[in-house]
Write a protein that binds this ligand. Structure first.
Ligand code: TZP
Ligand code: MG
Length: 212
């Protein structure tokens, strides 16, 4: 299995219900150099989620980029996705691993230092620092932002890949990477950009320039 590149994850924007727009932005993100895609759907029915997942997987295969499914292990299995991203109140980590197998990528959201030192975080392929900053994109179940100091404390105890999410844009990306994150995950910095392709390229360049 090739090593996963956590530099820049595009988390899809579930407020975009028009499929043409949704997939045009996803393709711009892929063209612009995202290294992972996470399909995140919080409000639609299973059939709609599944259909988006099928098409997202087809696009990701063309660009040779892993597709991660948010929350839904059944959808990940159904479309042969590369992994899942789960939160603290989703399917227990060990069960997700058993269902998906050892070759799938499993990411876990972590909102405190305590969560980062638990077994499930240590067993995850990567953790998402969630949220690093405040955001208007996710309005429910959002923990207090960890900020740069929270990121630094978690970096000291966590040796595997760490991706930050929440309120990230081109102005705060360098600070996140220079304080120990392996990559960033964004929704609106790409989905709401006037030019998603250009925005993606800019974010990628900042992460790559700042990272070691
Ligand atoms: N999880 C924590 S914050 C967040 C998610 C899905 C939303 C991030 O969106 P944005 O627009 O990049 O701040
Ligand atoms: Mg979740």
């Amino acid at each position: 299995m090739p090593k996963t590149d956590y530099t820049l994850m595009y988390v899809t924007d579930d407020s975009i219900r028009d499929n043409n727009t949704f997939f045009a932005i996803l393709e711009a993100a892929l063209k612009g150099g995202v290294t992972l895609v996470q399909l995140r759907e919080k409000t639609c029915d299973t059939a709609t989620f599944y259909k988006r997942a099928v098409h997202a997987k087809e696009l990701c295969v063309v660009y040779n980029i892993p597709l991660i499914i948010n929350d839904r292990i059944d959808i990940a299995l159904a479309v042969n996705a590369d992994g899942v991203h789960i939160g603290q109140t989703d399917m227990p980590f060990n069960v997700a691993r058993r269902l998906l197998g050892k070759n799938s990528i499993i990411g876990l959201s972590v909102s405190t230092l305590e969560q980062a030192i638990k077994d499930n975080a240590q067993a995850a392929d990567y953790i998402g620092i969630s949220p690093i900053f405040s955001t208007d994109t996710k309005t429910t179940d959002l923990a207090k932002p960890l900020g740069i100091s929270g990121l630094r404390s978690i970096r000291k105890v966590y040796n595997k890949p760490m991706v930050c999410i929440g309120g990230i844009n081109k102005n705060n990306t360098a600070e996140i990477i220079s304080n120990g994150a392996d990559g960033i995950a964004v929704v609106s910095a790409i989905s709401k950009a006037v030019e998603p392709l250009t925005a993606t390229k800019e974010l990628k360049q900042i992460v790559c320039k700042t990272g070691t």
